[in-house]
Design a binder for this molecule. Structure first.
Ligand code: GAL
Length: 679
């Protein structure tokens, strides 16, 4: 069996082994590669070709790749349970309720990156196993402790790192071949950037998408939803998105995609009210089509042979099914809807098994197994099409993803609710072109609520998901339990939550620039520490803090206490709250009621106002210079809402600060209010 090697772009190779499947993620999403990849530097292959081995086994196709001692491996998607993948065996399967760290996930991604400067994408939609260090028979003998050091006396010793073989095995059951894409760069971050550009470049949210999303109680009627919108506006809770949960449907499980005439008799009025209050509407949906839906008849011939919640499962592998869905979404967009929450496209095997079986068949030729893994991705593609047809961007939610995800303007979320895992997921998402939202729901105490609000405020999308509670979570608690009383004397819990939403909004200019870099250069806007500091384990193995953009380190406190250890990378950093410089290159102890947040010395940080940003707004900037009197700020100027930026209608403006003053510069959409030097 021969392998076929082909260079697609500098530092990107396609390796075709055996006879790969036809209907793979590349087949569906491989048409969006960014032309910027051609400008990248040439790179050598990370290993000689003969180091890649493959074979047809009785039950599937096996590829074996080399792994050098000391390499660290990351990725494989939205893994809640682990960060470093060395020594782990993961079988990637889309699943909502992974009980263990097995590879089941809302968004597994068959892509991993190595600190040695390469990444491997397995182009399959099947449940693929990545074995990052299984020991083959011959290796075992020479590596057993008894061979050199005497028998192992503890389990740690028995399973220690050096017992693992120096190879990665990728196994695709039922396949007769596999295409790999190999990405190489001087740095691991550069590898991820190439992968993201290969997927089409990162998503560019509209301005309102970088504000906060409040999701209403699922049983809310139109009157109740409208009262809530008014209440949020009157109480100056500055959210920019309002989400309706299943209750807006005439039938939700499965979906009619029609407004309920009893509960939502006048959706236009609701949308208008939301618009008046500066909020865009986001609608919950799942993809299963109820018999009362307008698209049910049309979808009949383009659906799988099993149903979910008595609804059709559209065959999104079929362009016609995507078109029917996309046109239906288009009608809601025309009504004024600006975002969707594509729920339950991941399936659940551990909670009673609501989903179509993996042995389902779809007219396009996809199996249930393949569809399950790509269902969320293909659904997003259809929704993105509906927005693209109208020249609009979206920033929406989805509960499942797979490979090639970077360009989709969708953020992942979960019903699982472990704060520690939620923060690990911010980092893990960044290896694989995913965006993840550690959303806030009701909490056990005010302190927990504040801690979760803090994390959400400094994450890809700030979501307050009140689908289970009629009023906002900050109205749930007794002020006596208020953790942050010392932080904001005399304030109420609601005030503190408002401040956190305002904080989110203030970061708009900075975040917008970080996302523009994601779109154009593939640089993840929220980033695992390992991507910037891969060599020192203190930073490379820290999965409870992450970078937001290039200059800020976020280290959430995950419990109700006030202290945590923070591995602060080399150089001088400034505490965002106290403005004190701190020497990095070591682990420090942070003690605060705020969210520990550090600014890299030399940063010129532009903060906006606390209100949500919309298209034509002029944002008053407060510019802070950290440890310097001069610096540059990148400001992105465009209409903040349409796709015209893809046609070059976006200006990257560098605002220069010299000696504590802004140099004259014509700005569109921003004005410099103040400049402050922090030394
Ligand atoms: C879940 C989802 C929740 C909420 C709920 C409504 O699947 O994760 O956020 O939307 O459905 O039924």
């Amino acid at each position: 069996m021969n392998g076929h090697y082909e260079q697609c772009f500098p530092g990107v190779w396609r390796i075709t082994l055996g006879t790969p499947d036809q209907l793979t993620p590349h087949f569906f999403f491989g048409d969006r590669e960014s032309s910027r990849l051609s400008e990248k530097s040439e790179q050598p292959l990370p290993w000689p070709k003969e180091k890649i081995r493959w074979e047809n086994r009785k039950n599937g196709f096996l590829v074996t790749l080399p792994l050098s001692a000391g390499e660290r491996l990351y990725g494989l998607g939205l893994q809640f349970g682990s960060y470093l993948q060395n020594g782990r065996r993961k079988t990637l399967r889309a699943n909502a309720d992974a009980p263990k760290d097995t590879g089941d996930s809302h968004a597994p991604v068959p892509f991993y990156v190595s600190t040695a400067g390469y990444g491997v994408l397995a182009d399959t939609a099947k449940n693929v196993t990545f074995d990052c260090g299984a020991v083959k028979k011959a290796d075992t003998v020479s590596r057993l402790p008894s061979a050199g050091k005497g028998a192992a006396a503890t389990t740690e010793e028995l399973y220690q790192e050096e017992l693992r073989s120096q190879e990665v095995n990728i196994f695709v059951p039922g396949a007769q071949g596999l295409t790999l894409y190999l990405f190489a760069d001087e740095t691991m971050r550069g590898v991820v950037e190439r992968y993201n550009l290969f997927s089409g470049g990162g998503a560019m949210p509209p301005a309102w998408g970088l504000g906060a999303l409040y999701r209403c109680y699922t049983h809310a009627s139109q009157d109740q939803a409208e009262s809530l919108i008014r209440e949020l506006a009157e109480e100056n809770i500055p959210v920019s998105m309002i989400g309706l949960e299943p209750g807006w449907h005439s039938h939700a499980y499965s979906c009619s995609f029609r407004w309920s005439p009893e509960r939502y008799p006048n959706p236009d009025r609701l949308i208008q009210l939301a618009e008046e209050k500066g909020m865009n509407l986001n609608l919950w949906e799942q993809c299963y089509v109820h018999p009362t839906s307008d698209i049910y008849e049309q979808m009949q011939a383009h659906a799988g042979d099993f149903e979910v919640w008595n609804g059709l499962v559209p065959d999104y592998g079929d362009p016609e099914a995507r078109k029917i869905y996309s046109e239906m979404q288009g009608r809601l967009i025309d009504q004024g809807v600006r975002g969707f929450k594509l729920d339950e496209c991941d399936g659940s095997d551990y909670t009673g098994g609501w989903f179509y079986p993996e042995f389902s068949q779809f007219p396009s030729g996809l199996t249930g197994e393949e569809m399950k893994n790509m269902f969320g991705a293909l659904g997003q593609r259809a929704v993105n099409q509906a927005f693209a047809d109208r020249g609009l961007r979206t920033f929406s939610e989805v509960r499942a993803n797979w490979s090639y995800a970077a360009p989709m303007g969708f953020v992942l979320y979960s019903d699982l609710y472990d704060h520690r895992q939620f923060i690990r997921a911010v980092s893990n998402a960044s290896f694989c072109g995913l965006l993840w939202s550690p959303e806030v729901r009701q909490c056990g105490s005010a302190a927990e609520l504040i801690r979760r609000m803090q994390s959400a405020a400094l994450s890809p999308m700030m979501v307050i998901n009140s689908w289970m509670i009629p009023s906002p979570p900050w109205k749930q608690y007794d002020i006596e339990k208020n953790l942050a009383g010392e932080l904001l004397p005399d304030s109420q819990l609601e005030d503190q939550c408002r401040e956190l939403i305002r904080l989110r909004n203030r970061f708009f200019p900075y975040l917008y620039a970080a996302f523009a870099k994601y779109a154009r250069e593939g640089t993840p806007p929220f980033r695992a520490m390992a991507l910037d500091y891969p060599d020192d384990p203190a930073f490379a193995e820290a999965d409870d803090c992450y970078f937001m953009g290039d200059s800020l380190l976020v280290a959430p406190i995950l419990n109700e206490g006030t202290k945590r250890e923070v591995p602060l990378p080399p150089g001088v950093w400034y505490d965002f709250w106290t403005e004190q410089p701190i020497q990095g290159g070591r682990t420090i102890t942070a003690e605060t009621h705020q969210i520990p947040l550090y600014v890299r010395q030399g940063t010129a940080l532009a903060l906006g106002g606390g209100e949500p940003v919309h298209g034509g707004d002029v944002i008053p900037l407060e510019i802070r210079l950290y440890g310097t009197r001069s610096g540059d700020v990148l400001l992105i100027e465009d209409d903040r809402e349409t796709l015209n930026y893809q046609q070059g209608e976006q200006r990257w403006t560098t605002l220069s600060l010299r000696d504590g003053k802004a140099l004259p510069q014509t700005l569109e959409g921003y004005s410099v209010d103040s400049v402050r030097v922090i030394l």
